[in-house]
Design a protein around this ligand. Sequence first.
Ligand code: PEP
Ligand code: MG
Length: 748
Amino acid sequence: MKRDHTQLICDIGELSGASSRSPRLEDFLSRSAELVAQHMQSQVCSIYLYFEDTQELVLKATKGLKPEAVDNVRLRLGEGLTGLALKEMRPICEREASKIPGYRYFPEIGEEAYDSFLAVPILRGTNRIGVMVVQNAKSDYFSQEDINTLKAITSQLAMTIETAKILLAIEEQNRDAGSFPEEKPLKFFKGRSGGSGVVLGEAVILEDKRRFFMTEKNFGTGSYSVQDFLKALEKTEQSLQALQEQVEEKLSDVASLIFTAQILMLKDKPFIDSIVHQIQSGRNAVDAVRRTVHQYVHRFESLDNRYIREKAQDVLDVGLHLLEHLAGTALYGQGEEGKIVIAQELFPSDMLKLSSRGAKGVILLSGGITSHIAILSRSLEIPLVFADESRLLKVPSRTRVLLDAGQGNVYIDPDETVLRTFQPALEGARDAQKARTESLDETRTADGARVMLLSNINLLCDLNVARDFKSEGIGLYRTEFPFMIRSDFPSEEEQYVVYKKLVEGMPGKDVTFRTLDIGGDKVLSYYDYGREENPFLGMRSIRFSLRHKDIFRQQLRAILRAGTGAELKIMFPMISSVDEFLDARKQVELSMEELRSVGVPFHQAPELGMMVELPSVLEIMDELAEEADFFSIGTNDFIQYMLAVDRTNEKVADLYLPHHPSILRALKRVVEAAGRHGKDVAVCGDMSYDERYLPYFLGIGIRKFSVDPHWIPRVQKAVSRIDLNEARRKTQALLEMKKVADIERNLL
Ligand code: PEP
Ligand code: MG
């Protein structure tokens, strides 16, 4: 029977990525063994891992042999054909293994029945990782093509298996550590990926800052005059100004004024007077600063608004900077530069601050992979892992931490083996740059169908990546980012400047502006939303814009002006009804009239489309398709609202299922309705760059994707491996499945 090797290689690639979602490492290995056995139509597939310290190969997963063999079958390097394959680092294929002198079989595990034998070493460079063995009862079963395929598979799996090996070793260490689990230092934690990249650095726990500040003995016994204090004040202001300028240069669209709250604080007369007064009446200057800062922190924290409360952190930062300048030394000694920051919670502006202070990576205890903090971290190229594990906050500061963000893995105080394993990744982190030249101008499926890959842009700096990867336009510009970071609504002029840069950054290609999509987890600190029990169901997105038409029209005017001469598209988020769409469109017409009346040039005929993010549009897709020029499916929200699963809540992350049958079938309905009216439909949510779903999207007729530009090469490669007929068959099969588990199995 013919075996579909290409499919197998693709599936294993996906499985490698999927390892970050596998709950247990053994499961990942077993799934790999199962998948290979199934595709190779071999009765047995086993994975052995090699442990250098004992120089032993240990059977870690098998499909076909007795399960009790796992962990019990052990071979020395060179022992049997399996050991030999690893020792000599070459595949060994035997048509009648039992007749080979070096063959060592284990009757107790049921191995004797299989005579065709193929062992392929799993290698990473010259590192021996393990061996994959397939066996079959029929003699002369494996061909040269099978050998090549297994070689390709093992090389794809090597990195993941190597990681798995380390994790197993750590688990074992943990098991050996005895019966007092609470005393065990945390060595490893499997969180969820919020981006990609491998980084190593010392840990700094944001929450520790406060503890540090509150502990008097941390500040020495130096005594300082009012003059010293005023000088420290000046120096602190200068350093914050410098930081502000530096970020503004790099992130002109969003960085505006992120440090202003702190700078303002330093100019606040009552704040300064309070400190000066205390020093004059004999209090130690350090103590005076600490007391005043403490009072302010307390005041901020007692406010009702959670986002203002958060400003307490800013005040604390100011206090620390001041004291450091007063004492002339880095008292806290734990700035974020080069560090892995561990935090309970972060706001978008915090992420920008961390980026500007040179933080290397972030571990966040709250949030989810499609939350906007994750989206922002990807734009800022800060590896991020979500890890809902409070013990991480107890990791002693300065402990070395290795973050494998792509896999969502956190290694605390990594040992030599871990470091050695990740050395190439750590060194090659910036080699990603090299890959940028690897994208092709056009994306096509294996059988030649044209697919368009556009970019999701959050910050202007994403444009460079988009261009490097030959993006075919901007499919989604999240206009809210510049709004989220500022301390007040940006003016029409300010918006115009940012939008113009965006348009100029993609000449001759589609530029799709999504109008303001705030609310939910994208909160403006300067706007009082009032108390909202369910912000994701509250005053967010287009609802906000239609409620505040002045702000909406200001934005529309800025877009229309900036879009002159461009392939301009405007898209409304979270549309729930035809009425809302028409109202939004009316605002564009009114904005045009306003511009016309003052004689300002603007784009006269932008395409007007909408995001598909709410279940309510499913029943009215045809009517919407009569009105809208195009659709873009925002799967992040669509899944959230269809399944009622908060996309930012780690606790229900396992219920956030893009492959839920309702989601798959609904996506198909959307595409069909758009098609009936000849309207373009793209996908711009994170689901679109998960390779597992690409065949499905192609199968239902999607030909346009807008993805985080970093993913373009990967998506391009994945698309090029897909055959449309095959994808359609797979799609049909998936549509007929009723259980999530069945779909999941068939995606892998
Ligand atoms: C989405 O919801 O899928 C989307 C692309 O928009 P955002 O992630 O900004 O909500
Ligand atoms: Mg959305």
